[in-house]
Write a protein that binds this ligand. Sequence first.
Ligand SMILES: NC(=O)c1ccc[n+]([C@@H]2O[C@H](COP(=O)([O-])OP(=O)(O)OC[C@H]3O[C@@H](n4cnc5c(N)ncnc54)[C@H](OP(=O)(O)O)[C@@H]3O)[C@@H](O)[C@H]2O)c1
Length: 320
Amino acid sequence: MKAVVIREFGRPEGMAVIDLPTPLPAAGQVLVATEAVGVGGVDTLIRSGALTAYGFQEGHIPGSEVAGIVTAVGDGVDASWIGRRVWGSTGTGGGYVEQAVAPVEEIVPLPADLSPTDAVTLGSAGVVARFGLAHAHFAPGETVLVRGAAGSIGIMVVQLAARGGAAAVAVTTSSAERGERLRKIGATHVLDRFGGGADDAPAGYDVIIDVVAGEHLPSFFARLNPNGRMVVVGAVAGQPPADFGTEMMAAFQKSLSFATFSAATVTSADRNAVRAEQFAAAGRGEIEAVVHELLPLEQAVLAHQKMDAGEVFGRIVLAP
Ligand SMILES: NC(=O)c1ccc[n+]([C@@H]2O[C@H](COP(=O)([O-])OP(=O)(O)OC[C@H]3O[C@@H](n4cnc5c(N)ncnc54)[C@H](OP(=O)(O)O)[C@@H]3O)[C@@H](O)[C@H]2O)c1
């Protein structure tokens, strides 16, 4: 089978397409003939070499989100999965392949009206968005700010907050054109990356879902209303300043909350229940999967170049 491997950390061109033997599913695993593979932000971080402290080494196959047909099962797995079209998580890699193995507890059947491409666009992002909003105790009638809204997670937060009855859904993004696209899926106010550019935006927010973090995080935390909650679900701009804790304490009398959220703290059963619900909603057209582009698996390098250039709105999907 064809697989994409990181031969050398650094630039996208350090990845190569190679031939590997088709893997056999071990006990508790299924083999998926992939029809769509999601390209995630974390894949580019691993490829760049930024995550070697977490054990990633050259030779790693990136990707964790696939959809396709189950063709074989390992010991202990119900054989009735064979022939079914599923979404699956391969864990911390192993996704950019024609035949992927996934633990059976990390697969979800696809409804007939949802394409594999849409499934890998929604599958992880929707879960982070849904549980991230819950972690922030979001309630109807509240004002929400989505920082880094143009990525696959932010796009889902915008849609879920709007559908959940938010009084306002403000977003940060880097262009007016992206802002218009975000308005079409539920954004009410479009801010620039620094939080400016919209005179009519709410003066404060009850909930901020932040995919960005980085040095400007404190200036957004300062926009929380009394009793407001900020939940960081990603850190595409890196760490916040070292004195952020001091700024939080300075706002003591506003009773603010700051939290992080990782989907790793949710059980696979709960994640899968939300996925099944969101896949069904997407099939009915109630949630939009925003696919930036569909590229052949062999063009994984081009996909990463586009990611690195900040060109991607939504998700790039590879088609094996
Ligand atoms: N919490 C979890 O369980 C979980 C699960 C999976 C992934 N993640 C994390 O989520 C992040 C990726 O999410 P994603 O794919 O939705 O995000 P993304 O597409 O990588 O980034 C979101 C948006 O942030 C904006 N942005 C990028 N760099 C920025 C900067 N330096 N300053 C301000 N804005 C910037 C860009 O939009 P504009 O150009 O329009 O501003 C970009 O589209 C990663 O940090 C990943 O580790 C978390």
